[in-house]
Design a protein around this ligand. Structure first.
Ligand SMILES: [Zn+2]
Length: 275
């Protein structure tokens, strides 16, 4: 029988930062829904703030752990996986979705225990928002359980439009992206106190915003150091901030490389080979 975690390689190839979720028999408050460490046999601590592995899954090693076949599979949403997951929860969610949506939507989609989830391509650093009751846009700091995991109701998360049906998910439509911007006031995010559990993610998000606006990395670093001193409890180290800014800068440079631009304009690789 296939276990949900057998799909890890497949999800990894799609760029998802995947992880096991705890078994539905787990005696916790959200069985079947929380990132889980196979090695330690317990919830994965601090997963919102942790750089989860982007390495290829080592399935043969994982299969030796007895809880392997009982665990579900999930992935981080947001810029790390390049995915925004729209959670439409029950009747309230369907109602809210009808109010928000503009035109027909066809992208990767699957059923959950009580509703459905749509996946869109989205690589901007932004936090999860709930524009309306029953409707949530899962981004940085959240994760989503994926098919064919089991829900505590006994139902399986099941694809309606899978990566087999549609090669790429749709980019996040502007009418959804606008919900994110309006709910994200940068001045609020920068000024509020940030605890240890959230500081890495918040720093990545603020520094990402500055880097995308083409501030030189030295300037971003100095600003982030001041922010880390003033707003983080405990303060972030200079080394940690430097690493975050350097990673973001490298990512930004890759985006504007001749190869990436060539891809954007649909140029063949031979054409851009000389740049
Ligand atoms: Zn659990």
């Amino acid at each position: 029988m296939t276990a949900p975690l057998d799909y890890a390689t497949r999800y990894w190839k799609l760029g998802f930062v995947w992880h096991p979720v705890c078994p539905v028999e787990h005696g916790c408050s959200s069985p079947g829904k929380i990132p889980f460490s196979l090695e330690q046999g317990q919830h994965l601590a601090g997963w919102q703030d942790r750089q989860l592995s982007k390495q290829a899954p080592q399935l043969s090693k994982m299969r030796r752990v007895p809880s392997y076949s009982k665990c579900g599979i999930g992935c981080l949403t947001g810029h790390v996986s390049g995915i925004a997951a729209i959670d439409i929860d029950g009747e309230a969610g369907e109602y809210a979705w009808e109010e928000v949506k503009e035109g027909d939507v066809e992208t990767w989609e699957y059923t959950t225990g009580r509703g459905r989830r749509l996946l869109f391509r989205y690589s901007v650093a932004a936090r999860t928002v709930r524009p309306q009751e029953g409707l949530e846009i899962l981004l940085d700091g959240s994760q989503t359980v994926l098919p064919p995991s089991r829900h505590p109701t006994g139902r399986l998360y099941t694809w309606k439009i899978s990566p087999d049906d549609l090669e790429e998910p749709e980019p996040l439509p502007p009418w959804l992206a606008s919900k994110i911007e309006t709910s994200h006031d940068w001045s609020v995010r920068i000024s509020r106190p940030t605890n240890e559990g959230m500081r890495h993610l918040t720093a990545t998000s603020i520094a990402g915003y500055l880097v995308q606006h083409h501030l030189p990395p030295e300037v971003v670093q100095e600003l982030m150091l001041a922010w880390g001193e003033a707003k983080c409890d405990p303060p972030m180290t200079a080394g940690e901030i430097k690493r975050i800014v350097m990673d973001l800068q490298k990512k930004e440079e890759r985006k504007s490389s001749p190869k990436a631009l060539g891809k954007f304009f649909g140029l063949p690789p031979e054409f851009i080979g000389n740049f």
